[in-house]
Ligand binder design. Structure first.
Ligand code: UQ1
Length: 432
């Protein structure tokens, strides 16, 4: 079965060009740990989805029509089968192998084979999303080696601490992937803790600390970004922007980064410690699901959290397409709004309470210091306390380390904590 996008860039008969966009992977999962897949080009005149009999045949015909280099086939399988022969294979008259050829060998010359799976179609925009089934080369197998860890999986988080303690001398590299992540804080918090730990243990001068991020900024809220850049300067940390981890050679302690400003250009760094923040995205079950947007996030109204098309469906937390950082604090604020929304919908009334995008990221910058970032959809600070929260504070560290776990287990999970908005209003005499 094949789907063929026939296009031209101008004619009104033809819809335009099918764009290929990299898809994303599951939120914080290493089982399908991937990097963004890059096709050689991001558009083709004809894009064939599926490399079976129909797809390969049409790609050959279309190449003759529109020329080499202008046709591509998206097909994940390495092997192409001539299925009509399976009657005889089943009957013992032929061997299965005689029905099989490598996909590459049946791909017509001049047609590009994009070895990936289609995750979603957007024919209105002539756009196809590819599932990223190409892994960060070397992971997750590389986690069996020492000196590498990741706080994002229950299987690897304690390896971070081991690598931190075992550090002797060399590069300490902290990564940020080329996909949206839950919250931009955590990939760098572990770096500040590591820096503090090596200072405490007299090893700081032996460590060359690098933050290799796919982004072009350190944090999306200017007030906190400015504070973090000060800390980065003061603690002598090197930030390399637009660098995406594409391969880990864990046996040689080497990490390979692509320079996103120069696609295809890679840099290899030897590491003494590597902390990996994995690429993230919606879970498989939501990709192409009727409740999802074109990427795979549950498609909800950003104020009421009610589904945009199915009024009896609602979303909260990481699975949604709410354009804010995904944190437990965000869930807390969303839970209060969603409770109200559902209560009204159950009474056949329209939702009234509006989520403002509140989220909070306690930016741990040391073993007794936290900058308490709190902000809304507009990336504007929305702070609970009437003090400058962009300053590192010991009190905020205790709030993060001691008070928040209590609040989580005893209030949030029991449905009694809807975020700090009432406290904020009280602290600001009702003015915020
Ligand atoms: C919060 O509500 C929350 O959810 C329980 C967190 O997650 C553990 C937080 O880290 C923070 C900071 C908040 C916000 C709460 C206050 C009192 C500012």
């Amino acid at each position: 079965m094949s789907v063929i996008g026939v296009v031209s860039s101008c004619s009104c008969l033809c819809p335009g060009v099918w764009l290929l966009k990299p898809g994303m992977q599951k939120m914080s999962s290493f089982s399908l740990h991937t990097a963004a897949r890059c096709a050689a080009k991001d558009y083709y005149e004809v894009l064939v989805l599926g490399g079976g009999a129909g797809g390969i045949t049409m790609s050959a015909r279309m190449k003759r029509k529109v020329g080499a280099g202008n046709v591509a086939v998206v097909e994940p399988s390495k092997t192409h089968y001539y299925q009509p022969l399976w009657t005889l294979v089943g009957g013992g008259a032929k061997q299965l192998a005689t029905s099989a050829r490598p996909t590459g060998s049946v791909m017509p010359k001049g047609v590009e084979w994009i070895q990936s799976r289609v995750a979603a179609l957007d024919p209105d925009k002539n756009c196809v999303w590819l599932e990223n089934d190409i892994k960060i080369k070397g992971l997750p197998e590389g986690f069996h080696y020492p000196k590498i860890g990741s706080n994002y999986s229950v299987h690897t988080v304690e390896k971070t601490w081991k690598a931190l303690q075992d550090f002797k001398e060399g590069n300490a590299i902290f990564t940020f992937p080329n996909t949206p992540v839950k919250c931009a804080g955590a990939p760098q918090k572990i770096m500040y803790l590591s820096e503090a730990y090596w200072r405490k243990t007299g090893k700081r001068s032996k460590a060359n600390i690098m933050f290799n991020t796919s982004l072009g900024v350190i944090f999306g809220v200017k007030k906190y970004a400015d504070a973090l850049l000060e800390i980065i300067k003061e603690r002598n940390i090197a930030v390399n922007y637009k660098r995406n981890l594409v391969e880990v050679r864990a046996d040689k302690q080497e990490a390979v980064f692509e320079n996103l400003d120069k696609p295809g250009v890679t840099e290899v760094h030897q590491y003494e410690m590597l902390h990996v923040t994995p690429p993230m995205g919606p879970p498989d079950v939501l990709i192409n699901s009727p409740v999802s947007d074109e990427i795979g996030w549950v498609d909800v109204d950003k104020e009421t959290l009610q589904h945009k098309r199915y009024p009896n469906v609602f979303g909260i937390g990481d699975c949604t397409n709410l354009p804010t950082s995904k944190t437990a604090a965000a869930v807390a604020a969303q839970s209060g709004v969603l409770d109200k929304t559902i209560s009204l919908v159950m009474k056949n009334q329209l939702p009234t309470k509006k989520y403002d995008g509140y989220t909070s990221c306690p930016l741990v910058t040391g073993y007794n210091k936290v900058i308490l970032a709190e902000f809304d959809y507009a990336a504007q600070p929305l702070e609970t306390f009437p003090i400058d929260q962009s300053k590192e504070r010991v009190t905020m560290y205790h709030m993060k380390a001691d008070m928040m776990p209590f609040l989580y287990w005893n209030a949030l999970l029991k449905g009694y904590w809807g975020g700090p908005a009432p406290l904020r209003k009280l602290m600001h005499l009702g003015l915020k």
